[in-house]
Write a protein that binds this ligand. Structure first.
Ligand SMILES: Cc1cc2nc3c(=O)[nH]c(=O)nc-3n(C[C@H](O)[C@H](O)[C@H](O)COP(=O)(O)OP(=O)(O)OC[C@H]3O[C@@H](n4cnc5c(N)ncnc54)[C@H](O)[C@@H]3O)c2cc1C
Length: 305
């Protein structure tokens, strides 16, 4: 079977692209290797998506994927490991099967960047987490470290401060760089303290798990903060390994797309956090998805094998 559009990733960008494609009567399917809703399903609250006011990330994620199911959009729960070109036909490859399509919309988003310090791999998902809403409750009444100082770090630290006995923020810069409102909310928590101009040099552990986080400040002084858990929010890495041979990514791995979401390969589009862009948010990801689907429609209408 030849699809009109195959969408890789069921985050806000992919789901919106799927809704627009389906409503244009295109033969569409969407791949998801993890949780539908993408990153949204993994954080505490969202209050800047127009019209929804304040709600939990997973609630908006559920509303989005329900919308797709209501339109009978095919969702394939599988990991896309490669996209290949065969003339005008694109092949989307999963471990067990290959799917053929006229167009592809890559909406695979980002993954959290890791610190790369000693004991991080040993404690990953067992003391160190990248998802406060998923793992925060495991650290009730414990001492935590949050690494980072941008919006994600500050917003998730506010949530963690309401669960943990104490949170220490470790930020490499001399101030927090999140939105002022998010900083005000965090600063209202009395059980949070701050280490500025500091980087994590290693995680401390014994046979039961994490015991502390060692940091070094810009004066060269080291300190070990007692902690049973740590959350890292130090930026993201685009998920583009599976398209690296297409020549549509820049040196950091982000897809270069124009304002029609077209890449250098005709019929391959990018949308959402995975493309080079200024603002990576739910609302801009959804907008990219809509634009990509509209231009996929134009490509399909003009398509010749
Ligand atoms: C902690 C945190 C807090 C945030 N807070 C806000 C906020 O308050 N407001 C806001 O607007 N934005 C917020 N954001 C940003 C927002 O979540 C993202 O901009 C948005 O989710 C991007 O959507 P996307 O569809 O491009 O990618 P994603 O949401 O990353 O979705 C991509 C999807 O693709 C899937 N995928 C990847 N590779 C493959 C593959 N090979 N095969 C199959 N599936 C694949 C992934 O599993 C994922 O589900 C926050 C982000 C984080 C991390």
């Amino acid at each position: 079977m030849l699809y009109d559009v195959l969408i890789i990733g069921a985050g806000p960008a992919g789901i919106t692209a799927a809704i627009y494609a389906k409503r244009s009567n295109l033969k569409v399917a969407m791949f998801e290797k993890d949780t539908p809703g993408g990153q949204l399903s993994k954080y505490n609250e969202i209050e800047n998506y127009t019209g929804t006011k304040k709600l939990a990330g997973y609630e908006l994620a559920t509303m989005m994927i329900d919308h797709a199911y209501e339109l009978d959009i095919e969702v394939i729960y599988d990991d896309v490991i490669k996209v290949e070109l065969d003339g005008n036909v694109k092949k989307v490859v999963t471990p067990e099967k290959t799917y053929e399509t006229k167009t592809v919309i890559v909406a695979s988003g980002n993954n959290p960047r890791r610190l790369g310090v000693e004991n991080e791999d040993k404690l990953a998902m067992n003391g160190i987490s990248w998802c406060a809403i998923c793992d925060g409750p495991l650290f009730r009444d414990k001492k935590l470290v949050v690494v980072g100082g941008g919006n994600s770090a500050v917003e998730e630290a506010s949530y963690l401060a309401s669960i943990a006995t104490h949170v220490t923020m470790v930020q490499n810069l001399d101030n927090l760089t999140a939105d002022p409102k998010a900083i005000d909310i965090l600063k209202a928590h009395k059980n949070v303290d701050y280490r500025y101009g500091s980087v994590v040099t290693r995680f401390e552990m014994d046979d039961k798990g994490m015991t502390g986080v060692t940091i070094k400040n810009n004066k060269g002084e080291t300190e070990t903060i007692s902690a049973e858990g740590a959350f890292e929010y130090i930026g993201m890495i685009p998920v583009t390994d599976f398209i690296k041979d297409l020549g549509i990514t820049n040196k950091w791995g982000y897809i270069e797309a124009n304002d029609k979401m077209e890449t250098a390969v005709p019929g391959v589009f990018g949308a959402g956090d995975v493309i080079v862009k200024q603002i990576r948010q739910v609302i801009t990801a959804a907008a990219d998805g809509a634009i990509a689907a509209q231009n996929a429609l134009k490509y399909v209408e003009a398509w010749k094998k």
